[in-house]
Design a protein around this ligand. Structure first.
Ligand SMILES: Cc1ncc(COP(=O)(O)O)c(C=O)c1O
Length: 379
């Protein structure tokens, strides 16, 4: 299928090709100078003490859950309106994901009130997701977490350089997790980053990333160590030099591209409000600054979403759904023993959500064509 307008596109060019070529010429392919430079630049950009490059966003979330001490018998609260990785990361540790509702049709992020209502004696952590790059209500969520002694892990996969009250998303909670998957604002193909301001957590995360080993091949090559001990159970979630080199270039492009994404989102809201006032526009006037990763809209109640998406396709426009709610997936209630999630807002709003194309290479003319097509379809 050749789309007239795809859902997403990435900004990759000669600079990335040159950076990758230089790595290949260097013959050092994993966890070396490029990864170190990427981590340092990332930490500096987000004003966070530690940034650890990892193999993907799911690994980042898994490491965060392990470092937070999640284990069988524990519960962790999260939204159901997210990618399944957020919940899987909890399940990898043996802990149980407990789903909280979204805030409203305007704010698809996890509701602080719903979080509070889901806390039990077994709750150990809250995993928030900044949907589409739009900040969760972190001041309230941190207050709830402190009151109940819970760890906060931020899934900031959509939210690189999103900010609230002058602080970047992924640096509010104890640990922030980022994804550099191929459709993300900053991409390395596969890749991710874990951030924290806590020295002890950073130490733990470093061990978890590489088999619990006290030194890496890079350290030994640099002459800093001859051998190593294995002091805990860890994984191989290391980043390679090729992707770190791409990440360094992508980081330089991020501010410009995110600004374009925000401008395009604003233009969408303006056009849709004028042409299709019956459509819902989540996150319009949302607090903070968004990385504008997604452009979600809510179809009017009673619209057949599949037919709508089919008609968009006939006009060459790719759309998507973010997300089928996780608690409805077969794997999350295989034996039917799971108690009902009781998240009515998520269930009703999720059925109406459609994601429109959004990427830095999109033009205002494209947005106008998309909005006029929606107007025709919903007439
Ligand atoms: C909200 C969210 N969390 C986690 C992930 C997992 O990241 P990755 O694909 O890099 O493992 C993704 C995306 O892909 C995501 O969108």
């Amino acid at each position: 299928m050749i789309w007239r307008i795809p859902l997403a596109d990435i900004d990759l060019g000669d600079e990335e090709i040159l950076a990758v070529t230089e790595v290949l010429k260097s013959k050092w392919l994993s966890m070396g100078s490029q990864t170190q430079a990427f981590e340092e630049a990332y930490a500096q950009r987000l004003r966070v003490k530690h940034a650890l490059a990892v193999t993907n966003g799911t690994a980042a979330l898994h490491m965060a859950c392990v470092a937070a001490g999640l284990k069988a018998g524990d519960e962790a609260i999260l939204p159901a309106l997210t990618f399944v990785a957020t919940a899987n990361a909890i399940r990898y540790t043996g802990a149980t994901p407990v789903f909280a509702d979204i805030t409203s049709g305007n704010d698809l992020n996890i509701s602080p009130d719903s979080i509070e209502s889901k806390i039990t004696g077994k709750t150990r952590a809250i995993l928030v997701v900044h949907y589409g790059g739009y900040p969760c209500d972190m001041p309230r969520i941190m207050e709830i977490a402190q009151k109940h002694h819970l760890v906060v892990i931020e899934d900031a996969a959509h939210a690189v350089t999103s900010e609230l009250e002058g602080r970047y998303m992924g640096t509010w909670g104890e640990i922030g997790c980022f994804s550099f998957f191929s459709n993300k604002n900053l991409t390395t193909g596969e890749g991710g980053m874990v951030t924290t301001n806590d020295d002890d957590l950073a130490k733990k995360l470093r061990l978890i990333r590489s088999h619990g080993m006290t030194s890496l091949s890079w350290d030994r090559y640099k002459g800093h160590a001859f051998s190593y001990d294995v002091v805990d159970l860890g994984y191989n979630y290391r980043m390679d030099e090729i992707r770190s080199a791409i990440g360094l270039v992508q980081l330089k492009k991020l501010d410009r591209n995110n600004a374009i994404r925000r401008q395009l989102s604003g233009f969408y809201w303006e056009m849709l409000e004028e042409l299709v006032p019956q459509i819902g526009l989540p996150f319009k006037n949302h607090p903070g600054i968004s990385a504008a990763h997604l452009m979600p809209v809510l179809l009017p109640e009673g619209t057949d979403r599949e037919i709508f998406m089919e008609q968009m396709k006939e006009n060459g426009i790719q759309t998507s759904i973010h997300y089928p709610p996780i608690h409805k997936f077969t794997a999350f209630n295989k034996d039917g023993s799971q108690a009902p999630a009781n998240i009515p807002l998520t269930e009703s709003i999720a059925l109406r959500e459609v994601t429109l194309p959004l990427f830095a290479g999109l033009s205002n003319e494209d947005v106008q064509y998309i909005c006029e097509t929606i107007q025709k379809i919903l007439l």
